[in-house]
Design a protein. Structure first.
Length: 320
């Protein structure tokens, strides 16, 4: 089973910046690139393999072909032929809208396939970059609607100045907004559903306000106030450092300057590695060798057992 790379899907948006193209070392003159969809099974935006014997195949087509060999037995029973994770890099040159996501049951009640759980890993962002995550004071559903209408909803949200290495876990119901200057990696369920709460009264290039989902969001918001919404962890070089684990994904970070063996022989899942800094090589148990560097995301099938990683490289690891 081969180690796979994919063609990135670059999304030009009004709030996009200029970090993704150089970070991924692409020969492209696109401007205002806000997202690079690295690995995606979202219908209409499926990733295409770029290397090896599966080059040219779309990821859900590959999932249907390889089944448990790609996803793992339990994952295939749970998700079927749709690849279950969406991996992105996001570069925000402007404040994004205030949003919330439904859980699976809430989404299905509205005729949608699934909700959205996600997490952010902050990369090399601007010096004064910040984001909103969670509530900082208790408000009622009625107060929420009033604050949306009068434009004061951000006064109820907790704002974080961010730096490289910060992690935020975003379960369904947690209000959030990526701020200007943020550059991050995002791992989430295969879902493109978002309920937009507030968009700072901005207009699109046609002069129209974007659609808000105030009522739908109200049904999903978790109004519980927590002390800290940032994930606290202690990074350790040359070791696996787990960042978050939930029913939808487990994510860890590695910061390596020495060769390391990763043993997946007891794991019934595919694995995705997301390059954050540096470069190196990966050698699988069949002695296939592939380069791996910052800005790249690679997919290891569930049949992978052991890998050797060599080089100076920092990366995220995720699986289900």
């Amino acid at each position: 089973m081969e180690i796979m790379k994919f063609r990135p899907q670059l999304k030009q948006v009004l709030w996009g910046g200029n970090k993704i193209i150089p970070f991924k070392q692409l020969n492209d003159n696109l401007s205002m690139v806000g997202e690079s969809w690295e690995i995606s099974g979202v219908k209409g935006s499926e990733s295409i393999v770029t290397n090896g014997k599966y080059a040219g195949k779309q990821i859900n087509e590959l999932t249907k072909l390889l089944k448990t060999k790609l996803l793992g037995k339990q994952n295939y029973e749970r998700f079927g032929d749709e690849f279950p994770l969406l991996i992105k890099f996001i570069d925000a040159s402007k404040q994004l809208s205030v949003q919330v996501h439904p859980n699976d049951e809430q989404a299905q009640a509205r005729g949608l396939k699934r909700g959205k759980t996600e997490m952010w890993y902050i990369m090399n962002s601007e010096e004064n970059a910040s984001l909103y995550c969670g509530l900082k004071k208790r408000i009622t559903p009625d107060e929420y609607k009033t604050m949306v209408n009068d434009g004061s909803i951000t006064e109820a949200l907790r704002e974080y100045k961010v730096k490289e290495g910060d992690v935020f876990f975003l379960p369904p119901g947690r209000i959030h907004s990526i701020g200007s200057g943020c550059f991050l990696a995002e791992i989430q369920q295969t879902s493109d559903i978002t309920y937009r709460i507030y968009d700072f009264k901005r207009k699109d290039k046609k002069g129209n306000y974007r659609q808000l989902h105030t009522e739908e969001a109200a049904e999903c918001i978790n109004f519980t106030v927590e002390d800290d919404y940032r994930t606290n962890y202690e990074p350790i070089k040359e070791q696996r450092t787990e960042l978050t684990s939930c029913p939808y994904f487990t994510v860890s970070v590695y910061d390596l300057s020495q060769p390391m063996e990763l043993d997946y022989s007891q794991l019934d899942s595919f694995v995705i590695l997301i390059g954050l800094k540096g470069k190196g090589h990966i050698i699988n148990d069949e002695q296939q060798q592939i380069s791996f560097r910052e800005g790249e995301s690679i997919l290891l099938p569930a049949t992978a057992t052991k890998l050797q990683i060599k080089g100076e490289i920092k990366f995220l690891e995720t699986y289900i």
